[in-house]
Design a protein around this ligand. Sequence first.
Ligand SMILES: C[S@@+](CC[C@H](N)C(=O)[O-])C[C@H]1O[C@@H](n2cnc3c(N)ncnc32)[C@H](O)[C@@H]1O
Length: 190
Amino acid sequence: MKVLIACEYSGRVREAFRAKGHDAWSCDILDSDDNSKYHIKGSALDILDDNWDLMIAHPPCTYLTNSGVRWLHERPERWAQLDDGAEFFSKLLNADIPKIAVENPIMHKYAVERIGRKHDFCLQPYEHGEPHSKKTCFWLKGLSKFGPTNIIDRSQVSQSCWKLPPSKDRWKLRSTTYLGVAKAMAEAWG
Ligand SMILES: C[S@@+](CC[C@H](N)C(=O)[O-])C[C@H]1O[C@@H](n2cnc3c(N)ncnc32)[C@H](O)[C@@H]1O
């Protein structure tokens, strides 16, 4: 399949699909971390019509998720940023591609209202061989949800991604897809 991994700088989902023999490409406005020749630097919106069979998208969640909802009431400019974030998310979810999965954390009700529906399913990294907790939700088109592939004992699981100390790269460390989750997506949808 010709596979687009939109909003991905890490290349982790791209490489999981390539390992299964797919013609997979990542796209981000940032450079790819692995300098891959299979990375397209630019806006994913500009390449949505390039005859993809499957797209997995990881759009920014800053203005859409529960963890940021209180700022909407404290910083009025956040409402316009929410509108922009929801519009970008909806353009990805409604793209003319047969199979689509768009990923984000749990959304607050104002984002759900704008996008028009809740997620189809959620997973946890500790259900896919990673000793971390970070609820991750998917909105699907033409794809089915999948279950745990390798459950880690809860006593081994950390919330480490939320507890990282402030740093220049903290947002990246928090938003990079876990390898076990990337592999599970490629197994299920590849
Ligand atoms: C939450 S991060 C996802 C990171 C991903 N999980 C990974 O492992 O690389 C969201 C990404 O969306 C990218 N982004 C924002 N606007 C974009 C656009 N118009 N087209 C492509 N990528 C975009 C950001 O640069 C950021 O890297």
